[in-house]
Design a protein around this ligand. Structure first.
Ligand SMILES: Cc1ncc(COP(=O)(O)O)c(C=O)c1O
Length: 469
């Protein structure tokens, strides 16, 4: 990390913790340079970066100020209560009815699972697609159908290496998006009727996969800031024959929680002690707001117990359907299962991504995307503080593009969903994120689209609907 990035992160920390309040002047360049013993140009670079991230604004001849929305005016939700039971999962109908509602392009897409396509370098990707298909050897159509395009696997392994994870290329299996990888991992280590530990709340597709494979859920509560409750997990592992865990250790969907490195390490130790495999869903890994990528649990895996799943769907190429899994000791079994089902993701799409990763300026794109998302998060938080009841609680994730709202207890989010949809606004209601249909007064809202007057009006309307319960 460069000096100015580290300094920018320190100031961002002061803003988020409220030491530097909204509207307050940040230290002048001269003052900051003297106090923190950094050069004036380092301070300038850091302030430009913070401006780009939507945390401060420059005022002519007065200096830099914390943006009005940069602090969290609404409180954070509390961790869900732990439930002792194991649960048969039956949420698919509900999830499909919500997903169906997202198809209308005129709907304000707060319920969407994707960021705006306008944030992706699609023309540059198209050039990579054209170039790589022109250069493709006819033989590649056959050879790349096994574990995947070798250049793409090498590029992915290089990215792991940069983020501190040493990974042999043989561990990597390219899949049709992360969702296929997650399905295959689970099939690899479970049989119908087995118990799987999942998060509460959890990404709704997790619930659907368990339902399809006839697996039972053991819900582990997630703290909105630092992830699953390890104590609850430890006692469930001690008392139940759990066959696998499916967790997101960074930027969890829907809460945005990220475990500390120490907690990830403790989680790994616990799972290793019980020899329970971890399916680590890390599809938002590239969308962190600071300057340091969070390390996955996979980085502590010295026993091949972690299957780490990633994807390009959320940060580069939605619709290309290319993801992967670093499968640890299960890589070969996953590969074989894939050959028995879909064989391979599209060979041209893999070649296009390999070309883009090598020549397309991926890191530059990611920096821009992260800054845009961080600024949009600020806009949605500020708007919620303006329009939602003051007892509303909201997460404040350090990345991704979702906020999780906990409304007053009287709000029925499924009814809110129907009322909002009738007014052209989608949202993801809380019960679709739970095997036991909890979180009735909660909803996930997407801020992955450029903030406009229409977004602001939609928040105001939602605020009125919420207040009417
Ligand atoms: C948490 C999580 N895991 C996995 C996926 C699926 O990713 P992909 O589109 O690469 O299959 C999603 C997409 O919504 C997601 O939010």
């Amino acid at each position: 990390m460069k000096r100015y990035e580290k300094f920018a992160d320190e100031i961002a920390g002061l803003i988020r913790s409220g030491v530097l309040a909204p509207g307050e002047k940040v230290p002048s360049v001269r003052h900051a340079s003297r106090t923190y013993r950094v050069s004036p140009s380092t301070v300038f670079q850091a302030y430009y970066l913070l401006e780009d991230r939507g945390l401060i604004v420059a005022r002519a001849r007065s200096g830099y100020f914390v943006r009005e929305h940069a602090q969290r005016p609404l409180h954070e939700p509390e961790t869900a209560r732990s439930q002792a039971q194991t649960t048969e999962v039956d949420v698919s109908e509900l999830v499909f009815s919500v997903l169906d509602s997202l198809k209308d392009p005129d709907t304000v897409p707060f319920g969407s699972a994707f960021p705006s396509p306008a944030l992706f370098p699609l023309p540059r990707l198209a050039r990579s697609m054209a170039q790589s298909v022109r250069d493709m050897s006819p033989q590649a159509v056959i050879t790349d159908m096994t574990a995947g395009n070798p250049n793409l696997r090498r590029q992915i392994a290089l990215r792991y290496m940069i983020s501190g994870v040493q990974l042999p290329m043989e561990e990597l299996v390219i899949s049709n998006g992360a969702l296929e990888a997650l399905n295959l991992c689970l099939q690899c280590v479970t049989a119908p009727g087995d118990l799987v530990a999942i998060e509460a709340p959890a990404f709704y597709a997790t619930l659907q996969v368990l339902e399809r494979l006839k697996l039972k859920a053991v819900e582990i509560p997630v703290h909105p800031r630092d992830g699953i409750d390890l104590e609850v997990l430890a006692s469930r592992l001690a008392e139940l024959p759990i066959k696998a865990c499916w967790f997101m250790s960074s930027l969890q969907n829907p809460l945005g929680a990220s475990m500390s490195e120490a907690k990830k390490q403790a989680l790994y130790r616990l799972l290793k002690q019980h020899q329970v495999p971890l399916i680590e869903d890390d599809v938002y890994a590239e969308l962190y707001f600071g300057t340091q990528p969070p390390k996955p649990v996979k980085s502590f895996d010295d026993d091949g117990l972690v299957m780490h799943c990633g994807s390009f769907s959320k940060c580069l190429a939605p619709g290309y359907r290319v993801g992967w899994v670093a499968g640890g000791r299960y890589a070969e079994a996953i590969q074989r299962l894939k050959l028995m089902t879909t064989i391979s993701p599209s060979v041209p799409a893999q070649a296009a991504l390999a070309d883009y990763l090598q020549h397309g300026g991926y890191d530059r794109h990611l920096r821009k995307l992260r800054h845009a998302l961080e600024a949009q998060q600020g806009s949605m938080l500020a708007s919620a503080a303006r329009h939602f009841p003051s007892s509303t609680r909201v997460t404040h994730p350090a990345g991704g593009y979702f906020l999780w709202f906990e409304f007053p207890a009287t709000v029925d989010s499924l009814r809110l969903f129907r009322l909002a949809l009738a007014q052209g606004i989608s949202l993801a209601p809380g019960p679709i994120f739970s095997a036991t249909r909890r979180f009735e007064n909660c909803a996930r809202l997407n801020y992955g689209h450029p903030w406009t007057a229409q977004s602001e009006q939609a928040m105001a309307l939602l605020g009125r609907l919420i207040a009417s319960f």
